[in-house]
Ligand binder design. Structure first.
Ligand code: MLT
Length: 410
């Protein structure tokens, strides 16, 4: 009988969002007339902007014509998209990123898990707590951890608490670490890191030969001018950081699938014999071996995000979700609830009333208000006593959700 990867057995039975889905499905089966509003998983609700749809259609038509049909594309992504990315997302912000350092992919979730393949198992990994669960689970699957304790913390990982006391930006670790996951604007807390805070991390990584895995999937939601959108806006970051970006929340691509990862050519690691090796070459090798690229029409659709017509259309949708976030934040605040985030991010991080546990509050909100959020403890032990509300929904549903929430806690 073939042997399983035993590391999978260390994981909790289900990934957080499917677990929430199961509970909600059960509730709906038992209460078929309940009008449930979902502010749980951060999944977009608004249709794709017209410029993106037009570019996608046009590319499909090209695929239907022998003269313009395309087969396999470059594994790393078409030049037209890689170029549009660096010219729009990086160069105007003074961040030096070259087009051939951009690897187009089908999602940041996949990339942030797959990236572990180019790092040795002996690296010490630091993870903030609470955190996007993919970072933890992929390390467990890859056999980089021991088992979890009662609070769900895995032996072998260095957890760095992010709490209200440190404004949800972690302090530097006391022990040496080699890999550091940072996500700003942060999922799940919705807060941002200031330039000087990111500089501290870059300086730490340079001093410790560490690598920062920087998840900037929500950068399009930054509203404050002084907040960096990319780790590469921070001097020295090119030598110590990999950045993940996604079109999912930027342009409504959760169902379309297109993202990218930047691996600078100056980022080096050490081989067993002490030789310096470029992570860019390893990731390129991995990408070419295991991935055949994102489909041509989808890359044309992504390119349209940066077009003159596309830009304002995409911005309008982001502003729409940010207004939802404001309504949630202010609606809860005026009911006396402590909330964080939601200014530069589509997530509002809510302190549960009366120290209720995250899952108790989840169940109460579902049964009494028919409202779904995400229990903070699902993101890590330090998320206990918190609850995440997503701003991705229609205006009508968000307004109704706030009314119901206030009624339950009032
Ligand atoms: C979330 O709700 O945290 C995200 O939608 C999950 C994801 O992007 O994979």
């Amino acid at each position: 009988m073939a042997r399983i990867n035993d590391s999978f057995r260390k994981l909790k039975a289900g990934y957080l969002f499917p677990e929430i889905g199961r509970r909600v499905t059960r509730f709906c089966e038992e209460n078929p007339t309940a009008k449930v509003i979902r502010l749980g998983i951060g999944d977009v609700t608004e249709p794709l902007p017209p410029a993106i749809v037009a570019a996608w259609h046009k590319a499909v038509d090209e695929m239907a014509d022998r003269k313009t049909f395309r087969g396999y594309g470059p594994e790393q992504g078409y030049d037209f998209l890689r170029q549009a990315i660096v010219e729009n997302d990086y160069h105007p912000r003074g961040a030096q990123v070259d087009a051939d350092e951009v690897f187009v992919s089908d999602g940041s979730k996949c990339d942030s898990g797959n990236i572990l393949e180019i790092f040795g198992n002996e690296n010490k990994v630091a993870i903030t707590d609470p955190v996007y669960p993919v970072y933890v689970d992929t390390n467990v699957m890859a056999g980089r951890t021991g088992t979890a304790d009662d609070a769900g913390r895995f032996a072998g990982l260095v957890y760095i608490p992010v709490t209200a006391a440190n404004n949800f930006v972690p302090a530097l670790p006391r022990e040496h670490v080699d890999l550091i996951y940072l996500c700003y604007p942060n999922n799940p807390t919705g807060v941002v890191a200031r330039r000087e805070q990111l500089q501290q991390w870059v300086d730490y990584a340079r001093a410790n030969d560490a690598v920062i895995l920087y998840d900037a999937a929500y950068e399009a939601y930054i509203t404050e001018a002084a907040i960096p959108h990319s780790i590469y806006e921070i001097p020295g970051a090119r030598d110590v950081a990999i950045e993940f970006r996604s079109f999912s929340k930027t342009a409504g691509f959760t169902g379309v699938r297109c993202a990218f990862t930047v691996v600078p050519k100056s980022l080096m690691g050490k081989a067993e014999n002490g030789e310096k090796v470029s992570f860019h070459s390893l990731w390129n090798r991995r990408h070419c071996t295991k991935f055949n690229g994102v489909s041509y029409p989808v890359q044309r659709a992504a390119e349209a995000i940066y077009s003159a017509e596309g830009k304002p259309q995409v911005r309008a949708i982001i502003d729409f979700y940010l207004e939802n976030a404001r309504l949630i934040r202010e609606g809860l605040q005026s009911a006396g609830i402590q909330v964080y985030g939601g200014v530069n991010a589509p997530y509002v991080w809510v302190k549960t009333p009366g120290n209720e546990t995250s899952w108790d509050f989840f169940d109460r909100l579902l049964t009494q208000a028919h409202l779904v959020g995400t229990p903070g403890s699902g993101f890590g032990a330090s998320g206990e006593g918190y609850f995440r509300l997503s701003a991705f929904n229609s205006r009508e549903n968000v307004e109704e959700a706030v009314r119901r929430f206030r009624k339950v806690v009032g």
